[in-house]
Write a protein that binds this ligand. Structure first.
Ligand code: 13P
Length: 252
């Protein structure tokens, strides 16, 4: 499986900044595009700028960071997968821990958002991961399995070709604390084995499981060398073109 590196810009990057980033990034990763898949999940207001700056470049996917589970309607402040598809997006992140923590997302709403994303012809990047308290309480496996099953409820085996998972331990996000490759790999192995139970070997083998949480150019190779880690979902290190390019090159 080709490694996949997705930038999650979160609430950063004005359109002009996004354009500068993309131009510089394209120059840095040009030679590497065939070895890896790369995506950028921009804030909604910068998606058009990223699209224009990428100029339809193959191998770099255009993404968003959330979507609603209806196509349209009276949902002030929300955006639909249908709208994101219309803008040219390829993927949508759903269930990010910041959405779960600060905006009341539950496994149920995450699975509805994932389903609608896929129905609209986009790929869903479904995020799961335990909090620091859960990690310290030794219940990581239980939490991750519950989130995995709940967030994929209603996703059929046929739909899984449009699903990517991201394991992001909340205690490692933006903290500089990365899960060691061994810790991450053990959770990824757990996820893979549950995917086998849920969908069988063929689906489980082809479903990418990305790691996220303080990934940097200098720790990504160790993580990606582990079995079942198929790339990264990158926050802080994706905000500068040179560091995201280095991360992609080191991790591929
Ligand atoms: P950091 O890479 O900044 O820790 O963020 C990870 C993340 O939340 C990506 O979705």
């Amino acid at each position: 499986m080709k490694p996949i590196f997705l930038a999650n810009w979160k609430m950063n990057m004005l359109p002009a900044e996004a354009e500068t980033f993309c131009k510089s990034f394209l120059g840095l990763v040009q030679a590497d595009a065939s070895y890896t898949d790369i995506g950028i999940a921009a804030p909604y207001t910068s998606i058009a700028a990223v699209k224009a700056a990428l100029g339809g470049k193959k191998g770099i996917w255009l993404g968003a960071q959330n979507c609603h589970w209806a196509d349209n309607g009276a949902f002030t402040g929300e955006i639909s997968a249908k709208m994101l598809k219309d803008m040219g997006c390829d993927f949508v992140i759903v269930g990010h821990s910041e959405r779960r923590q600060y905006f009341g997302e539950t496994n149920d709403t995450v699975s509805k958002r994932a389903l609608k994303t896929i129905e609209n012809g986009l790929r869903a990047v479904v995020c799961i991961g335990e909090t620091e308290a859960q990690y310290k309480a030794g219940i990581t496996n239980q939490v991750v399995l519950e989130q995995l099953k709940g967030s994929l409820a209603g996703i059929s085996a046929d739909m899984t070709k449009d699903v990517l998972l991201a394991y992001e331990p909340v205690w490692a996000i933006g903290t500089g604390l990365t899960a060691t490759p061994e810790i991450a790999a053990s959770v990824h192995a757990l996820i893979r084995s549950e995917l086998i139970n849920m969908y069988g070997n063929v689906v489980a083998d082809h479903l990418p499981i990305l790691y996220g949480g303080s990934t940097k150019p200098d720790n990504i190779a160790g993580l990606c060398a582990m079995p079942n880690i198929n790339g990264g979902l990158v926050g802080g290190a994706s905000l500068q073109a040179d560091s995201f390019a280095k991360l992609v090159i080191n991790g591929r």
